[in-house]
Design a protein around this ligand. Structure first.
Ligand code: PLP
Length: 347
């Protein structure tokens, strides 16, 4: 390009409230690698983003809370499953930023709250139980109620997955590109759990902008059933809208360069590891969680990273990588959910 845009500057122009310890480390799993007969396995430790037990949502929340504060909002609302890592990190982000937090959770109040739910309570979030509605269906209702009370709510969608949230993973791709270059590593694939699309979409856009060459492989954790778009369609939609957000910022009158052209995206989503469905721990997840823990002292989670790591193990065992390859597992967090799943995890 004759007039290359400075993508770092464009990314830095979005409102952002720092919440995470960054960069997160990249570590190798040599014992597990040897046990499997290669490839070299690395882990990007986004379970260590630092905010209230960490996880991938903290990166998205930096940009979402940044926008909430820029808009003068005083309350965050989001929703998810009872053991939602996203809701727990949102509650913590609200505490850090001095905002109120309301959570629309699926299910009913248990007698003793455990795992993420205990943390939601400690962090001071107000919980609204939704029974079968575990994907934030009640958020608009709660927002309307809060507005009547004179509050200024900022709505964070299910999983924090909209273009603003995805900017967190555009930034993460920038971070990982620099780290991998410094380590002189070029993983054949980067494998991660994909569930509401923001992590996957942001990584795709960031990889393109910052030149991350590895194949990005999302492992689907959940199926969006019913009438709505599929996860693959949601990811494509987030990619397009995140790209558009970036292009708009790039072509603002204060910047001179040409907008980055929209490339073709072909996100890879592996949907064959869904097992018993969302949040159901099966033999594959149990084995993956056990192996990572016993061989490397690495804790995965029962719903997302355990399933995605089980997918990676299957890819390795079925010969998808050469022994001389390296692969990187992007750990997205979720460890507080280990505790309420205790019964499913040990033999
Ligand atoms: C939310 C979550 C994911 C999925 O990320 P999305 O951006 O929603 O696709 C993966 N792992 C963990 C631990 C999560 O909490």
């Amino acid at each position: 390009m004759d007039n290359p845009m400075n993508y770092d500057d464009i990314l830095a122009s979005f409102p952002r409230r720092r919440l995470a310890f960054l960069p997160t480390p990249i570590v190798e799993l040599p014992r597990l690698s040897r046990f499997l007969g290669g490839p070299r396995i690395y882990v990007k430790r986004d379970d260590q983003t630092g905010l209230a037990f960490g996880g991938n949502k903290t990166r998205k929340l930096e940009f979402l809370v940044g926008e909430a504060l820029a808009q003068g909002c005083d309350t965050l609302i989001t929703g998810g499953a009872a053991q939602s890592n996203h809701c727990r990190q949102t509650a913590a982000a609200a505490s850090v930023a001095g905002l109120e937090c309301h959570l629309a959770l699926g299910g009913e109040a248990p007698e003793v709250p455990g795992g993420n739910l205990l943390l939601d309570g400690l962090l001071g979030a107000t919980i609204h139980w939704g029974g079968p509605r575990r994907k934030g269906e009640d958020i608009p209702l709660i927002a309307a109620e809060l507005r009547k009370e004179g509050k200024q709510p900022y709505i964070i969608p299910y999983g924090g997955s909209n273009p603003v949230g995805a900017l967190g993973y555009v930034e993460a791709a920038r971070e990982a590109t620099a780290q991998l270059a410094a380590l002189d590593l070029g993983p054949a694939a980067i494998v991660f759990a994909s569930s509401s699309g923001g992590t996957h979409g942001g990584l795709e856009v960031g990889a393109r902008l910052f030149g991350l060459g590895s194949r990005l492989v999302g492992v689907a954790i959940d199926k969006f059933g019913g009438e709505g778009p599929s996860l693959a369609e949601r990811i494509k939609d987030i990619i397009e809208r995140t790209w558009a957000l970036f292009v708009d910022a790039a072509s603002s009158p204060s910047r001179k360069g040409a907008s980055p052209p929209q490339p073709a995206f072909e996100p890879i989503l592996r949907e064959e590891f869904l097992g018993g469905g969302y949040g159901v721990v099966g033999e594959a997840e149990r084995e993956a969680i056990g192996l990572a823990a016993r061989m490397e002292g690495l804790l995965l989670d029962p719903v997302y990273s355990g399933r995605a790591f089980a997918g990676l193990l299957l890819m390795i065992r079925s010969g998808e990588f050469k022994a001389s390859d390296s692969v990187m597992f992007w750990h997205t967090g979720g460890s507080p959910a280990l505790f309420p799943y205790a019964r499913d995890l040990l033999p």
